[in-house]
Design a protein around this ligand. Sequence first.
Ligand SMILES: Nc1nc2c(c(=O)[nH]1)N[C@H]1C(S)=C(S)[C@@H](COP(=O)(O)OP(=O)(O)OC[C@H]3O[C@@H](n4cnc5c(=O)[nH]c(N)nc54)[C@H](O)[C@@H]3O)O[C@H]1N2
Ligand SMILES: Nc1nc2c(c(=O)[nH]1)N[C@H]1C(S)=C(S)[C@@H](COP(=O)(O)OP(=O)(O)OC[C@H]3O[C@@H](n4cnc5c(=O)[nH]c(N)nc54)[C@H](O)[C@@H]3O)O[C@H]1N2
Ligand code: SF4
Ligand SMILES: [Mo]
Length: 688
Amino acid sequence: MIKHTICRLCSACCPVEARVEAGRLISAERKSFLPPGERIICPKLLRAPRIVYSQKRLKTPLIRRDKRSGSGFREAGWDEALDLTAHKFREQRKKSGAQSIAWLRGMAADWGAPWDYAQRLMNAFGSPNSIGNGSVCHVAREMAHVYTYGAMTMPDIKNSGCILVWGKNDRNTSPGAYENLLYARKHGARIIVVDPVKPPAAGLADIWLQIKPAHDGLLAMTMMHEIIFSDLQDKNFIQEHSLGFDELQKAVSLYPPDEIAPLIWLSPEKIREAARMYVLSKPACIVDGNGLDMQLHTFQATRAVCMLRALSGNLDRGGGDLIPQPPRLTDIRLQDRLPADVQPVTIDYKLFSNFHPNWGLHAQSCLVDAILEARPYPVNMLVVQSGNPAVTMADSGRVQAALAGLDFVVVIDPFFTRTAEFADVVLPASMCFEKTQLNRASMRTGLVILQDQVIDCLPETWPDWKIIFELGRRLGLEDEFSWQDVEEAIDLQLKPSGITVHKLRQSPEGIRDGQTKFEKFKADGFNTPSGKVEFFSHRLEKEDHDPVPYLHGRRENPISFSANCPDKALAGMSGERENRFTHTQFHLVDDLLKPGETARAELHPDDASGMGIYPNDMLSISTPRGEIRMPASISDRIRTGCVLIAWGWGEVHPDFNLNLLTDDNHRDPVTSTPSSRSFMCSVKKLTD
Ligand SMILES: Nc1nc2c(c(=O)[nH]1)N[C@H]1C(S)=C(S)[C@@H](COP(=O)(O)OP(=O)(O)OC[C@H]3O[C@@H](n4cnc5c(=O)[nH]c(N)nc54)[C@H](O)[C@@H]3O)O[C@H]1N2
Ligand SMILES: Nc1nc2c(c(=O)[nH]1)N[C@H]1C(S)=C(S)[C@@H](COP(=O)(O)OP(=O)(O)OC[C@H]3O[C@@H](n4cnc5c(=O)[nH]c(N)nc54)[C@H](O)[C@@H]3O)O[C@H]1N2
Ligand code: SF4
Ligand SMILES: [Mo]
């Protein structure tokens, strides 16, 4: 039998058809507008049955025998594990107040609607500290969009005449979007790629700007310089719909391509050519990605990139960058139940904590400050849902010390991870094909598609929603969690749109809340305080942030540990997301890994020969934070002066955990983002 759902093995959230026989998942196929032979195959989806039925799935809740002696776990039933968790919630609240309990959410919890249940539980219980990982992911980038034109745009790739791909590798991370790029290319679109590593899209590109890692903000300023001082901007749009163009022009004047190009490893001619191609091709769109995230200048660099969309007049125009029309939803988070006098631990990043009505809190590094340094106050108990922070947060050494120092830790995950090693209670979660939920990522277009349960939950695993509802009831929140099943909760969430789970099941391709419209700003303005595109932001100025990006001619190098680093240090780069893996997940799934395959650190041939390094030599890579070891490989897809270190392998072995090298001492002042993507490091050969 074929069943329709959304795959959530990574955050691409692809609509898929699952083949189910006798209640077992047999295979699954991503839906696509391309004929089968031309589609991109997702290796994770291809192995979905192996992942779902992996022998390594947790089969029962686990409770630690004795915290003090650090002894192992014993198996337990759900009642015992949830009763103990609820007891600890109450005990902790009595001892130090509800705010001393935090809930940390990782990538797999979905962006939004189901995550709302955990926030509802925490808010009703009295703790403001439900925290996501958006400071290192797209939420920080989203804030830059919102502070420029009120919403995070969606590139209309398929209908575009020129696509500027900026730090995004959709071939590996979002195959549906890459299929749109292939289609646009076939139909004549120009492609420009900005990436320090050669991604597959560079093979299709007219221009590939192999930028110095983390220097994107400076590049965006030089491109704006070329556009504005050649008078190529969309003057009508700017006149009618923007604020602060003169201030922007003043800032941009400090970034002439000739002066800046050598600092960012590019030629001024190529920068000019790219800026002209982008602004003169109509319509054009910008696909920005996680290459802009995890940088110390994430917010201002992304804001500068966003401004290109406004200068070129492509906002909310077909083939350009569309302003989303999300469906109407009920806010079920009960934020009004929080005590007025308790601030979240993220309070130092006030604007980021409040920038969007849907997102909640994402300055995740603040949680570590609270646990280790009682800053702004202590957190002693933590629930980790669908994340592996022991490996994925910056400065793993510090994060692991924080996890070890907590009084009580609950981990909700289908697998026993490195983070679970710090737990007192481990709750076995069901995976995506085993549960029904709303998918906010797939709702940005206004189209609601149901992620529907296609197989029964594996024995003794529970979906996240059920774990949260049952824990809520045990905390005396029966009224807040009176729903019998998740369908009831989803119907309430969707109520303003008139869409129901029943209707969604009858329309597996999705239901749209409202008609798609272009150039909505003409009637409604932009969703900013001025109703215009804000090149200059009074909101930022009021909080002492630069109101215009790179206002004072700043040119400093944002790669961490740049100051006083050894002469021979290389720019360490967190490696690509392979399409086989999702962060720390799936490395040990049979068949995804070829025999003998392992994590690698890639060096440019010139650097390797200069250091006498050959393929497979074991390397020691170190920063002031720590050391890791990986065998070398040699590749010319990166520049000299860089080392590309495989990402996500820290779950397989601590020697491979590249976040042992990263810095969490310095953060983007607006979004708290640490520079987990780029850091100066020393590379040494250990053996021949
Ligand atoms: N240096 C460096 N650091 C990075 C990154 C990088 O590229 N380089 N990437 C950053 C980014 S963008 C992100 S988003 C984060 C990701 O950080 P995490 O979210 O911590 O990453 P994952 O390893 O994907 O962990 C997801 C966990 O959820 C579990 N899981 C899967 N499905 C479910 C489910 O349905 N329910 C529950 N409860 N659990 C489930 C998985 O088994 C896994 O343990 O890492 C960030 N950190
Ligand atoms: N297969 C798979 N798919 C995934 C995930 C996964 O782990 N595996 N994770 C999901 C998640 S949580 C996320 S956030 C998305 C992210 O998906 P993407 O946005 O595509 O992110 P990445 O693949 O990390 O990086 C994109 C590109 O940025 C480049 N880059 C690195 N440093 C820089 C820089 O300094 N400047 C510029 N301009 N580019 C740079 C990289 O070389 C890479 O080609 O993918 C999602 N999809
Ligand atoms: S790209 Fe991600 S969401 Fe899409 S099918 Fe593959 S694993 Fe699933
Ligand atoms: Mo992410």
